[in-house]
Structure formats: C-alpha cells, structure tokens
Design a protein around this ligand. Sequence first.
Ligand SMILES: C[S@@+](CC[C@H](N)C(=O)[O-])C[C@H]1O[C@@H](n2cnc3c(N)ncnc32)[C@H](O)[C@@H]1O
Length: 282
Amino acid sequence: MAYSEIDPRIFNQNPDSTWINLGLWTGNCSYEKACERLAESVGEMVQMKASSSVLDVGCGNGDSLLLWKRMFQAGHICGVNISPTEVAAARSLTSHDEDIVVCKGDARSISSLVDISSFSHVVCVDCAYHFDTRKEFLEKLFETKKTRARLGVADLVLSCKWEQGLENSRSLWDIFLRSPYRAVILKALSVCAGIPFANLVYGPAGLEKFFDCEKRSSDFECRVVTDRVLLPFSSHLLAKECGSWAALFQVRATGLFLRIVAWLGCVDFVLYSCSIKEEGKG
Ligand SMILES: C[S@@+](CC[C@H](N)C(=O)[O-])C[C@H]1O[C@@H](n2cnc3c(N)ncnc32)[C@H](O)[C@@H]1O
C-alpha cells in the first residue's frame, strides 16, 4: 500500500516548519513543539548523545535530522525516505551541514541502502506503521551482523485492549472469526489511513514477542502514550485555520477521523526501544 505524501503546510502553524508527525502533546503547546517532543522522546529513549551516529528511517522533510544534531549533538546522521519530494525537501533543509546525508529508498531495503553496522542508533519517528510491512523492515535490521545499535521507534500499533481479545490472530479472516466488529474496524482503518493491514494486527505484546523470538533483543521497553497523541492532534486539526476550503476540508475530516479512531480504542501510540543484537551474543 503506497504512502500518500502530506503537504506540511496543512499541519504546521509556522511556515518554516515541515514536520509531518502526530506529535507528543503537553498542555497547549504548538504543533511544532509537539512534533519536536515526539522525536526528542525517541532520542532520549535510545540515549542518543554527542558523537552518536544516527540512521533516521522515514525522516520526512528532514526536521528530525536537524533535531538530532541540535538537541543531542549527534555526529554523523543519515536520513532515509521513500518519497522523492520529501527527500528533496530534507536535502535542501540540511544542505549546510556536511554531517547529514539523505538517501532515497524504501525502509524494506534498508540493508542494501546503507551499512547498518556503521550506526550506533536507528530511529523511526511516526513512520514504521506505513512500511509495507513493519515486520519485514525489522527483520532486515535484525539480520545485520556486527552491530551494537539501539533502535527507537514512535509507532501506531493495535491497542493493548484489542490485542488481548484477539489472541495472536494475524489474518483478517482469523480476526473476523473472533470478532467481526473488530475485523471490520481494523480493515476500515487500514483502507482509510493507508496503513498496511499486517501492521495493525499486533500491539505491544506482539512486538515484544517478535523481539524475544530467536533472542533478537532482550531489553525491549515500550511506553503507551496514546492519550498524549491521538486526541490532542485531532483537536489541533479541528481548530486549525486554513487558507483554502480544500485544506480546511482535509484537516477537519482528518481531525474527525482521528477522534473516532481514539474513541474506538482500536490502536495505541507507543514509544519502544531495544538493542539490535551483537553478533554472537544472546
Ligand atoms: C508521518 S511521516 C513522519 C515523517 C517524519 N519522521 C516526521 O517526524 O516528520 C511518515 C514518513 O514515512 C515515510 N515513509 C513511508 N513509507 C516508507 C518506506 N517504505 N520507506 C521509507 N520511508 C517511508 C514517508 O515518506 C514519511 O516521510
């Protein structure tokens, strides 16, 4: 399922900002501040620091690439993104900094795009649920030998509540047999939001199982932050002023859609981190 590009002017208040994530909201903060906070939380979770070499998969228009440098003094930074328009925007935004490079490519081919073992940190801010599929991307990362990297992800997954009721059902049909209502809601969410269905069938427990399996990683940590993401972002969209009727329609429809998704409780927004196993360990 192809990712549809988002015009950053639709979400941002500040015309110089090109963030396109859902944000991690505190009080009445601005959209830009919420986006920075989300990325910063991922950086903190993986203990990014001065001299870290960072691989940012799904780097959008490049705002996060500047943030790793500004907030954590990261050394070498490489952004990867599938969209040619966003790659061009990210290159233009970071052109003054020779420590930052941006590659065009699909997260699923990450191991042929870059040498993963040359990075100390791999981060994905609000994008892994778009990868077709997330599991395929993670498998590629964990195939890598001789890496000591830490992985940090801000991601949308099946909610803890729904995951308990579905007990390892992974296909639409399996889910339908357990709960036709949940199968229909998840399929509708997949189609309306352009998220591959396979990324919506497991939540935090399923992720933990993936990392545990074959002893990929033993230090998986996950924080559920749904309340600070879905409803506040929806409120931002429902109140946002827009220059045209088309943009107004788009933000209000998206805002309303997210409100319904939050009310249904079918997905959780989570921050998770773990180490990507070293060769010969675990
Ligand atoms: C919601 S945006 C988040 C962008 C950015 N991380 C941010 O915080 O502003 C999702 C991003 O994932 C990228 N993306 C989607 N599918 C991808 C794929 N298969 N490989 C690489 N990037 C992908 C999109 O181009 C988009 O930039």
